[in-house]
Design a protein around this ligand. Structure first.
Ligand code: PEP
Ligand code: MN
Ligand code: NA
Length: 603
């Protein structure tokens, strides 16, 4: 396929129709459907999925207008090992991404895509990430042979024919193409053991092959909004981030806007939908996964949520951990890989203490309570429209977005990272983001529990060189007239020596957010330390929580030896990025280490 047109011509140059025809010629679908995003389209495709057995309609008395899908057991999560950034130069993807040269990847994928849509329908989905009329929005088109993908895209993005019109009249767009890679396969979950999630940042293309699962297949989400988005953001001077957006309102009615980055499955959705335990404070939700952030004329950074729905992890969600999400998923929701109850509803681990009798597990087998295996897959998901979220802000889709007051970084760490730390400067904040580490979760393949560095929670999502990404963040401090948000780091996941969590979390996390708001307002003091500014315990209101002294102690404790060790490990980590590592970050590590080293050890 040396000179295949999909290799030698740009979709954006030849135009939509020609590109679609080229893809159809290659993939050989039975028919082509141009999607319109209508409710009728959603209905018809859902019915098609029901007829094929991919969708199990849930009991309408329990869960109106909702479905359960079960994937192939080998297609349950994002496949980071099969995800590639195909920039012209390897260094522009490295060292954190898998890389292959664009032509080499296309040579590899063209034969896989050849005939891949035989016996299937090819859908052409026009979508906008962000409100169509937002200055921050970006347009995309996804070609797919999966009805599951089309209906999920309906919920997660703005599928809108206006996007076709805008593209035809010259608007920029990202061309994304997806096939489950299973021609003539009428099984419930067609997919291919061979998977490639390939990004071409230089030509604004995504080619995804072999998987039907969320982050691998809903290409507006991680692929376009983060991997390609981060490249666009750097080029155009904004930020594409793996962050929730929330509004916290004080008893006096003052509004604070926070964005927060946590690795996958560390509670972004729970935090975005927080129900504060503290009287008078309220939280409104603007987004739970992705934030696009740009400097506004006022100098402040403004953020939009480019998505239109929530693709959340179901297990662990309950009326205790996230009552808002439980209401969100009460109707019009697509569930994937959770358990089915005897009366046609869904269930997952954590929803209730009691495991109901008569469950069918996520594989479609009768659930054996004594098997020790979960009934729902740990990465089982719900897809729900944002408008159904009880705490969604009335202006959540304001095309101008909201002004950010603070940016919060978090991870899952059993020890050595206090409950909350305020960065002492923008540079220190970027340092905290760049050196974030977290225990790995089930959201991606890999050993659960292992601590890995996950800078800005963007390790799997930055579409270019990570050190250049840090430099881009640092560059915001040099912008004309910029009024930067303050940066904080939080850790809800501290554990004592018995392995129990010392912080109650969930609704009590509001105490930490209140402290952040009061810092922004200059209402509370902080203690400057070598690791950043720490609160006075009393200002967190922990006395109301009935914690034992040891737990209280641990919340803000930091161990000098552990911090020194961590800084040394950070120095090695930063060193691995070579010349591209920004000097500012090395200086942060060096100066903090120096301030902790006894005089006699300094040369
Ligand atoms: C996904 O896995 O499909 C996804 C949307 O991402 P995350 O792992 O961040 O939840
Ligand atoms: Mn995510
Ligand atoms: Na995932």
């Amino acid at each position: 396929m040396g000179n295949h047109p999909l290799k030698s011509t740009l979709p954006q140059e030849i135009g939509l129709e020609k590109w679609v025809n080229q893809v159809a010629e290659l993939t050989q679908p039975d028919q082509i459907v141009w999607c319109d995003g209508s409710a009728a389209e959603y209905q018809a495709l859902s019915q098609k999925l029901v007829d094929r057995g991919t969708f199990i309609p849930l009991n309408p008395a329990k869960r109106p207008e909702s479905f359960l899908a079960r994937t192939d057991p080998a297609d349950v999560a994002r496949v980071e090992e099969r995800t590639f950034i195909c920039s012209a130069q390897q260094i522009d993807a490295g060292p954190t991404n898998n890389w292959m040269a664009p032509d080499e990847m296309k040579d590899l994928l063209l034969p896989l895509f050849a005939g891949a849509m035989r016996g299937r329908t090819m859908y052409v989905i026009p979508f906008s990430m962000g409100p169509v009329n937002s200055p921050l929005a970006r347009f995309g088109v996804q070609i797919t042979d999966s009805e599951y993908v089309v209906v999920n895209m309906h919920l997660m993005t703005r599928v809108d024919v206006a996007v076709f019109e805008q593209i035809r009249s010259g608007a920029n767009w990202v061309a994304t193409m997806h096939s489950v890679g299973a021609p003539n396969d009428n099984s419930v979950w067609p997919s291919n053991p061979e998977k490639y999630i390939s990004h071409f940042p230089d030509t604004l293309e995504v080619w995804s092959f072999g998987s039907g699962y969320g982050g691998n297949a809903l290409l507006g989400k991680k692929c376009m909004s983060l991997r390609i988005g981060s490249v666009l953001a750097r080029r155009e001077g904004w930020l594409a981030e793996h962050m929730l957006i929330m509004r916290m309102i004080s008893p006096e009615g003052k509004k604070f806007h926070f964005s927060a980055a946590f690795p996958s499955a560390c509670g972004k959705t729970n935090l975005a939908m927080l129900q504060p335990s503290i009287p008078g404070w309220k939280v409104e939700t603007l987004g739970d996964d992705i934030a696009w952030i740009a400097q506004a004329p006022s100098g402040k950074l403004r953020a939009i949520n480019p998505e239109n729905g929530f693709f959340g992890v179901a297990p662990g969600t309950s009326v205790k951990t996230n009552p808002v999400a439980m209401e969100l998923v009460a109707k019009q929701t697509i569930f994937t890989n959770v358990a089915l109850t005897a009366d046609g509803d869904v269930w997952w681990e954590g929803m209730s203490k009691e495991v109901p009798d008569g469950l069918t597990n996520w594989r479609g087998e009768p659930h054996d309570k004594n098997s020790g295996k979960p009934a729902a897959h740990p990465n089982g998901r719900f897809t729900s429209p944002a408008r159904n979220c009880p705490t969604i802000s009335s202006d959540w889709d304001d095309p101008e977005g909201v002004e950010l007051d603070a940016i919060i970084f978090g991870g899952r760490r059993a020890k050595d990272v206090p409950l909350v730390t305020e960065a002492s400067s923008w540079q220190h904040g970027v340092f905290l983001g760049a050196t974030m580490a977290s225990e790995q979760t089930a959201a991606a393949e890999g050993p659960v529990g292992e601590v890995r560095r996950d800078p800005f929670a963007m390790l799997p999502f930055t579409g270019y060189n990570m050190a250049d990404y840090w430099r881009h963040w640092l560059s915001f401090a040099e912008r004309e007239g910029v009024q930067l948000p303050k940066i904080f780091r939080v850790n809800w996941f501290l554990k004592n020596d018995e392995g129990q969590f010392v912080w109650p979390g969930f609704s009590e996390n509001a105490r930490v957010l209140r402290w952040i708001a009061e810092r922004l307002d200059g209402k509370v003091e902080a203690n400057e330390t070598a690791i950043g500014n720490l609160p006075n315990l009393a200002d967190l209101g922990v006395d109301e929580l009935g914690l034992d002294d040891a737990s209280k102690q641990q919340l803000l404790a930091w161990n000098k030896d552990a911090v020194v060790k961590d800084l040394e490990s950070i120095q090695r980590y930063l060193g691995a990025f070579g010349e591209r590592t920004p000097a500012e970050l090395k200086i942060e590590a060096e100066s903090r280490l120096a301030s902790l080293s006894p005089m006699w050890e300094q040369s």
